[in-house]
Write a protein that binds this ligand. Structure first.
Ligand SMILES: Cc1cc2nc3c(=O)[nH]c(=O)nc-3n(C[C@H](O)[C@H](O)[C@H](O)COP(=O)(O)OP(=O)(O)OC[C@H]3O[C@@H](n4cnc5c(N)ncnc54)[C@H](O)[C@@H]3O)c2cc1C
Ligand code: FES
Length: 290
């Protein structure tokens, strides 16, 4: 059992947690993730620690209320409560070497996963320019980035009334691709790195590819066990089948089979939507979240 030491909403639908998890804090490296099961009979969800402290034995992460499990965590859990279990650290650490100038991009919540890697790259002597592409109410970790990298840029827009997910996503893509082109022309990075929704990663990759700059992406296929056993997270990279949980999560963007990744990510959308609707009905029947 893992105690929630602190919990606070830090942006729209984005909740920050500090968790007592000494054995994970002891081993974590930038680029790795954990799998959390918060509730009895609940789903296992991958999350990325953003900061941790070996001596004090805690880790922090941010949870975006995306579907049933993340919304339930953010609504129901309180400081002092416990998460049932956390598996990790999982996945491979990001390579720590001198690349030169790095453009590190996070789309919406993806920016939280960029943070530990960008910070460590800067500490390893790279010049890191970070870019957060996001709706304004979801700006995250601005001060933390400004203290950690050479230059932090936010490309944001206000959420207007009547804007649904398709309109928000179109705005993210059109602003994101324009800004990345502008930054590549101006900064001439040696490496581009990105975390975000797969369709957003692919759109940015199409721009980067025109310039032939190396690009790495952290992939987010559906994960279940996180140990290479279930096959849920398989992706084609080059000619090979890879498991994002044990071979990744970082891959060469030029080799990823984007069509397959995007299709598989939406595989359970109907069931996920139903689970969310049922959960919201239960909340309403009980007079709202406690
Ligand atoms: C390596 C990795 C690191 C991640 N780090 C973070 C993080 O730091 N903060 C954060 O808010 N989110 C993170 N995510 C995404 C997060 O795991 C999903 O948003 C969450 O699992 C959704 O669960 P849900 O029940 O709320 O939504 P659901 O309604 O079940 O799913 C909504 C969508 O989320 C994705 N998803 C659902 N289940 C999984 C799963 N088991 N594995 C991966 N994706 C899934 C799918 O695209 C799905 O269509 C990470 C994902 C991966 C793979
Ligand atoms: S999550 Fe099961 S193989 Fe990767």
């Amino acid at each position: 059992m893992y105690k929630i030491l602190e919990k606070k909403e830090i942006a729209l639908k984005e909740v920050w947690y500090k968790i007592h998890a000494p054995h994970i804090a002891k081993k974590l490296k930038p680029g790795q993730f954990v799998i959390v099961r918060a509730f009895e009979n609940g789903e296992r969800i991958p999350l990325t620690p953003i900061t941790w402290n070996k001596e004090e034995g805690w880790i922090t992460f941010v949870v975006f209320s995306r579907g049933k499990t993340t919304l339930r965590m953010n609504l129901e859990l309180k400081e002092g409560d416990y998460l049932l279990n956390i598996a990790g650290p999982l996945g491979n650490p990001a390579p720590m070497k001198k690349f030169g100038k790095i453009l590190a991009i996070g789309m919406i919540t993806g920016i939280v996963e960029v943070y530990p890697i960008a910070k460590a790259w800067q500490e390893h002597g790279n010049e890191v320019i970070s870019l957060h592409i996001t709706p304004e109410p979801m700006i995250l970790l601005k001060d933390e980035f400004e203290n950690a990298v050479s230059n932090h840029i936010i490309e944001s827009f206000p959420l207007k009334e009547g804007m649904g997910m398709p309109e928000i996503f179109m705005e993210l893509l059109s602003r994101g691709t324009k800004k990345v082109r502008e930054l590549i022309e101006k900064e001439k990075p040696d490496l581009v790195f990105m975390v975000g929704p797969p369709a957003g990663q692919r759109a940015i990759f199409e721009v980067v590819k025109e310039y032939g700059i190396p690009m790495e992406v952290d992939l987010h296929p559906i994960m279940v066990d996180g140990t290479g056993m279930c096959g849920a997270c398989r992706v084609h990279v080059g000619e090979e089948v890879k498991f994002a949980c044990v071979d990744g999560p970082s891959f060469n963007a030029y080799e990823v089979n984007w069509d397959e990744l995007i299709k598989r990510s939406g595989f359970y959308s109907d069931l996920e939507r139903k689970a969310m609707e049922m959960y919201l009905q239960v909340i309403q029947a009980n007079g709202g979240a406690q």
